[in-house]
Write a protein that binds this ligand. Sequence first.
Ligand SMILES: [Zn+2]
Length: 304
Amino acid sequence: MRLEELVKKLNQEFEVKAYGADPAFKRFLPAAYESVSFDWEAAFEEEFTSYFNGLMIRGASEVEQVFLAVFPTDHVLERFIKEGKPGDLLFMHHPLLMECGDPQGEWRRGFVPIQPGLIEQLKEKQLSVYTCHIPLDYHPSLGTSAAMAAALGMTVTDGFLANDRGEHLILIGEIEEINSPELKETLQSVFSIPYVDCEGPSLEKIRKIAVVAGCGDKVEWMEEAEKKGAQAYITGEIHCHIDSEYGRERFSKMMAYASGTGMSLIGVSHAASEYLVKKTLMKDWFEQNMGLNTTLLPQEKWWL
Ligand SMILES: [Zn+2]
């Protein structure tokens, strides 16, 4: 398939231009690359430098294989560079790695840029990179939270944080009745993670849940979900372990809330929560709608 055509299809499906500049990455991307004195405006596709979503690095004009990953870790990029052929495209959620720390290990750095040396190698090998953040989070049938709902057999009945079209970032709905330990076990297997992070009470009966991929560690969101009747709140990070003043402040706010909540709060890691859509809905979309072969590039570590 021609790269031009695939990019057009992706831009249309995710309405990249209608969303305008990505609210998170228009702030974080320049800061991250400038911190290593890397000329990101010259390195990335011109359109990408205004939307912060879409085709970021342009490779050869014919795409044979699409690789799917969530964050540009060194491991993911090295595999793509090794296994990809000129023209192959890497589809990711983030143009920057985000380290949120390990609940059973170290606190980490937050946003980390791709190593300039790896960007050079991607270009030398004529590989393409396409990233899609907010438009993928909100997409009603291909979204990060939509993938979580689908994998948990959840009937979505409500939600909040709507975009212009009334599509919700946080989804609320019902699942088959389950208790907290069973729910944790289910999540560990759905997200292929070694352990979950949890706070709040262990409940006997859970039917109504709220899901949001990524950093759902915002007390206001948890309060709203609880008000809407959710008994469990499932997200990537229930509390980030980012080693900065910002990280520590967020963590203590969340711990104060957790001590009084009636909900089971469960984190499955930022990376794994956003990778799910790649291995399910996006993989099918590329294969069935675009007729392309895909390769999954899971991370070597999810809690990182
Ligand atoms: Zn994210």
